[in-house]
Write a protein that binds this ligand. Structure first.
Ligand SMILES: [Zn+2]
Length: 252
């Protein structure tokens, strides 16, 4: 059975949507991940997680949306930066297309933390329109499921954890001879409780946050298995959930 929308013909898509009201959409970013990792890290990982989950659950998966909210990385070459507004509208119209064919449940597999605020806003708005969208992010799931596999300093942007997943999924795109461990610069005006409008380049000269050199494909495979298992569990729960239990509650 096909599970990738772009591989189906329209009669095959019609057959799927006649019987199912759930889909998976991977979204990511094209942004720097230090000298060792490919720019596509966030969307390549999201695509792999989403497609593997689709295979294991029989739920339809869309093409990955590769560009996200990344202006905080733009000083590093090759980063594509979409505004939160444009990103949110693009995902919304993708969801509306699906809703036209009867989709009411959407699982977004988000590979880039910078997209989360726009996606969370959108999910609340879609619920008003009768579409229930959940957002899965692999790294907080991995930190809960495999707390001892990496230290906190290895779990940040382009760190050993993310690099390990790249090594597990597409090692040909990673050059570990360029791996770096980077101490973050603090900012002169930083104090407790203060949020500053800083970009990545203000905090790290390599683009890597923390420790990257301890990455390995073996650790990456452990992460991938654990997060796909967890996402499969969520998708199966959502498949079975009644729409009434997902939609907005009436006034009390
Ligand atoms: Zn990333």
């Amino acid at each position: 059975m096909k599970v990738l929308l772009h591989e189906m013909s329209w009669p095959e898509a019609k057959e799927y949507f006649a019987k199912n009201d759930i889909v998976i959409i991977p979204v990511g970013a094209n942004e720097q991940h230090g000298p060792a990792n490919p720019l596509g890290t966030d969307h390549l990982i999201a695509k792999s997680i989403a497609e593997e989950t689709a295979k294991r659950t029989g739920v339809l998966c869309l093409q990955v949306i590769p560009f996200g909210v990344s202006s905080h990385h733009k000083q590093f070459w090759g980063t594509i930066f979409i505004s939160p507004e444009a990103f949110k509208e693009y995902v919304r119209e993708t969801c509306f297309s699906l809703n036209y064919y009867g989709v009411r449940k959407i699982v977004v597999v988000n590979g880039h933390g910078g997209n989360l605020a726009a996606l969370a806003d959108l999910a609340r708005e879609l619920r008003e329109d009768g579409v229930f969208m959940s957002v899965f992010q692999w790294w907080p799931a991995a930190a809960k499921l495999l707390p001892d596999l990496f230290t906190g300093g290895e779990r940040r942007h382009a760190g050993a954890e993310e690099t390990s997943v790249n090594l597990a999924l597409h090692s040909n795109l990673v050059d570990m001879s360029k791996a770096v461990d980077t101490e973050l610069h603090g900012h002169a005006v930083q104090a407790e409780g203060v949020t500053l409008p800083l970009s990545t380049v203000d905090e790290t000269s390599s683009g890597v946050y923390g420790k990257q050199s301890t990455a390995s494909a073996e650790k990456g495979r452990k992460v991938f298995e654990a997060i796909v298992d967890e996402l499969v569990r969520h998708v199966n729960l959502l498949k079975k959930a009644k729409l009434d239990d997902l939609m907005q509650k009436p006034k009390v």
